[in-house]
Write a protein that binds this ligand. Structure first.
Ligand code: PMP
Length: 412
């Protein structure tokens, strides 16, 4: 299994005049797993994609609202910055969270991914140094690569990016970074949360270097245990160097492809210009349905239900790992979000999770191998498991299948 299904440059017909940047279009094994799994006909427990539980998506309500609100105004071009009603409701909704915002700071995007792409468009020149976590959400680092960034990977421990090693790593790199890409809360893929001290230090370094913090936080509202950690915006309200990327994908449904960027108002017109060079506006019917859903006041209750659901599922996965794999693996124990990061130890220490992926897929369980979550391809002994999409019973069954696949592999 490779981490890209993008045809390599050599597979493209030699008569087609590709741009040189296509060598940096690395693709995403995470995203490709969707079609790979759809093509399988046997039963598979799905720990691979970071999708919300089917039961967590208020489908009946979305369908009802769509029937009521969609009209001619939903099927024409919309405002690039977002539908006015959705923007207003978002400001009201954010006022109840740690990151209150204002109209002039917000642009609606086509999912969080477009927010990351706009960050690349606005901040990254070819050759610029961009700091990422290691492991990281490689779709995010792939966006930076597609704008010609060179990545500086900083290891993650239980308190998030090891910010204390960052200065030395930057000194060795011989130049300061242009951007620092972080998933501070319930990180994808490790599930860990950047501590308050490290957030403060990252802000200090960003200001010293004149680097933008790309604050990618799709999971922050899904805390089901532990104490809230102040966000970058709380620690440095409306800091011009903090570029926050948000999405409805994890709290409502990824198929909407609706997210937002919360950034310094001086960037707003450039964000709009950047988006106008991409997709004119975010899908209008989707914004109309989401706006009406939010206006009915259901989002807070929905989030409260999700926290209960995901706490139960995270516990089920931790228990299943202990039951079926014991001390042959170590796993993170996140206080929110969707993912556990599992490292193979003892008798399974030599197993490459890319090979395990093939065996496990045949045995009926899918996950993301560690190297697909590392721009430099490390973590061959690790994997990301999403606990959000499966019921506790299915989680137990999936981990049981995983243990069986591992045993098969070491038995040769
Ligand atoms: N950032 C992170 C850390 C994510 O986990 C995801 C979704 N997996 C995204 C961004 C992209 O979100 P969206 O699906 O809204 O584009």
């Amino acid at each position: 299994m490779t981490r890209t299904t993008t045809p390599s440059v050599h597979e493209v017909s030699p008569v087609i005049p590709l741009a040189s940047r296509t060598t940096d279009l690395v693709g995403s094994m995470i995203d490709s797993s969707t079609s790979l799994l759809a093509a399988q006909s046997h039963d598979i427990v799905r720990f691979a994609m970071g999708s919300p539980a089917d039961e967590a998506v208020p489908v009946a309500e979305f369908r009802r609202i769509a029937g009521e609100v969609l009209d001619n105004s939903s099927f024409t071009y919309g405002a690039t910055e977002g539908e006015p009603r959705l923007l207003e409701l978002l400001v009201e909704q954010l006022a109840t969270t740690p990151d209150p915002s204002a109209l002039e700071r917000l642009v609606i995007t086509t999912g969080g991914m477009q927010g990351l792409d706009l960050a690349g468009k606005l901040f990254i020149d070819p050759g610029d140094l961009v700091v990422t976590e290691s492991p990281t959400y490689t779709n995010g680092s792939a966006t930076a690569l597609s704008y010609g960034a060179e990545l500086l990977e900083i290891p993650v421990d239980e308190e998030g990016m090891q910010v204390d090693t960052l200065e030395e790593a930057v000194r060795r790199a011989g130049r300061t970074p242009k951007a620092i890409y972080t998933i501070p809360t319930f990180q994808n893929p490790s599930g860990v949360t950047l501590s308050e001290d490290r957030r403060r230090e990252l802000l200090r370094l960003a200001h010293r270097w004149g680097a933008v913090i790309i604050d990618d936080d799709p999971y922050g509202l899904l805390r089901f245990a532990g104490r809230e950690v102040p966000t970058f915006q709380t620690l440095s309200r409306h800091d011009p160097l903090v570029f926050s990327v948000r999405t409805f994908s994890k709290i409502l449904a990824p198929g909407w492809r609706v997210g937002w960027v919360d950034a310094d108002p001086s960037l707003r017109q450039l964000l709009i210009n950047g988006k106008q060079a991409m997709d004119t506006c975010t899908n209008v019917p989707n914004q109309h349905v989401l706006a009406e859903y939010i206006s009915r006041g259901g989002l807070d209750d929905h989030l409260a239900r999700l926290r209960v659901l995901y706490r139960e599922r995270k516990n089920a996965m931790v228990d299943a790992l202990t039951r079926h794999l014991g001390d042959a693996v170590s796993a993170t124990d996140p206080e929110g979000g969707f993912f556990l990061w599992v490292t193979l130890r003892n008798e399974f220490g030599g197993v490459d999770t890319r090979e395990l992926f093939e065996v496990a897929l045949a045995d009926g369980v899918a996950f993301i191998p560690g190297p697909a979550l590392s721009p430099s391809g490390g973590f061959t002994d690790a994997m990301r498991l999403c606990f959000a999409s499966s019921t506790p019973e299915r989680i137990d069954e999936g981990v049981r299948r995983l243990a069986r696949s591992l045993e098969k592999m070491v038995a040769g």
